[in-house]
Design a protein around this ligand. Sequence first.
Ligand SMILES: *[C@@H]1O[C@H](CO)[C@@H](O)[C@H](O)[C@H]1NC(C)=O
Ligand SMILES: *[C@@H]1O[C@H](CO)[C@@H](O)[C@H](O)[C@H]1NC(C)=O
Ligand SMILES: *[C@@H]1O[C@H](CO)[C@@H](O)[C@H](O)[C@H]1NC(C)=O
Length: 313
Amino acid sequence: MEVSWGCTRFVLVLAVGFIFSVAQVCNGGRTSSFVRNDDLSLDMPIDSDVFRVPPGYNAPQQVHITQGDHVGKGVIVSWITPDERGSNTVLYWAESSELKNWADGFVLTYKYFNYTSGYIHHCTITDLEFDTKYYYEVGIGNTTRQFWFRTPPEVGPDVPYTFGLIGDLGQTHDSNRTLTHYELNPAKGQTLLFVGDLSYADDYPFHDNTRWDTWGRFIERNAAYQPWIWTAGNHEIDFAPQFGEAIPFKPYTYRFHVPYKASESTTPFWYSIKRASAYIIIMSSYSAYGTNFRFSLIVVLVKQGRQILVNMV
Ligand SMILES: *[C@@H]1O[C@H](CO)[C@@H](O)[C@H](O)[C@H]1NC(C)=O
Ligand SMILES: *[C@@H]1O[C@H](CO)[C@@H](O)[C@H](O)[C@H]1NC(C)=O
Ligand SMILES: *[C@@H]1O[C@H](CO)[C@@H](O)[C@H](O)[C@H]1NC(C)=O
């Protein structure tokens, strides 16, 4: 579905889940010849092409970017190196320039039950030019990999821009169809608003965090080239004191950094950014985990006070 409000356009692709459990208890008869294929709801096997590890020693994987400041002149680049810490540096240059700049980030690791993560790098690039294509390179010193992104135009009420919307993605065959559908949409989404429920790793025994890694590799083909704006859903909570994991949102917060400080927020679950003609407010009420007030929300404000609420329960 595509929605147009003034200059800000939306391409909406929502993965559909949980239809089966509802279908079991209420049979409304058949109104169409379309029958959904059961296999599409199964996770893609671990050796699927979309989960392939990039070749080369310590090759950066799971590369993804998000907005890195309040107005779109910054980008946070994140990636994981599997074998050793490696370099925290991102080299970047404007398409029309020979001059390479660099920015240094930092590295994190975490443990979850019996899983130990790779080296998770986050690096914020700032002071970019608006509306400019940049190339960037990670993995300096060992296997380098190169990607690119385009910064948004300067913020203003009439600036045309196209956002995509995906939530509930997971890593089923249907997830791959959803992402492919977004990529092939002629409206060409320039930035993706992700409304929560990322990998569904928590569906696995002990929330098998290797399924966070497969998910990171799966989305790289899009998320390394355009910002995905994150909000957390209930599948990011990963709260499991029964096997010693009592810090909510642990894998999510280690893996996905957001520019919450740029909007003077004190937590990554609540923040706002401006991008072209939209003012985007991210609220994850799951952050008060344990209370009854639970949903995640992205509010997009566009010209003349029109607003779009995207709500995930
Ligand atoms: C973690 O524990 C599970 C369940 O006992 C086991 O299947 C899995 O192989 C273990 N993983 C590691 C990395 O030890
Ligand atoms: C990887 O890069 C680091 C830093 O440049 C270097 O010390 C190390 O020898 C490299 N390893 C390999 C196998 O190339
Ligand atoms: C996922 O989709 C991509 C692009 O459409 C395709 O190349 C790939 O083979 C698909 N993989 C799986 C496991 O469905």
